[in-house]
Write a protein of this length. Structure first.
Length: 98
């Protein structure tokens, strides 16, 4: 990742994942790593929003509008979630806000 904060970046799903809806939660299998991930309901929504490149700020805007959450708390939780996805090579982080 670059020296810019993640909130100033654009994110998109990496290729090579198969995602299924299981009782309202998203479950993913990474073909590249052979690992399974349970994204949960909100994580699944984040995943859906990243189907095409989306600036992290806009992703947070969408979640704040959809869920009863403070913007700062949402930004913090989304950033942590995205960092985990990036470490697992499940998303690509693009410099700037697209």
């Amino acid at each position: 990742m670059t020296h810019l904060t993640l909130v100033e970046q654009t994110v998109v799903q990496s290729a090579g994942s198969v995602v299924s809806d299981m009782s309202g939660e998203k479950v993913m299998f990474s073909v590249n790593s052979g690992k399974y991930y349970n994204l949960g309901a909100v994580g699944g929504r984040v995943w859906e929003l990243m189907a095409t490149p989306i600036p992290v700020k806009r992703l947070v805007d969408e979640l704040v509008a959809e869920y009863d959450i403070d913007r700062a708390a949402c930004e913090e939780q989304v950033t942590a979630f995205l960092k985990n996805l990036h470490e697992e090579a499940l998303i690509e982080v693009q410099k700037g806000e697209g």
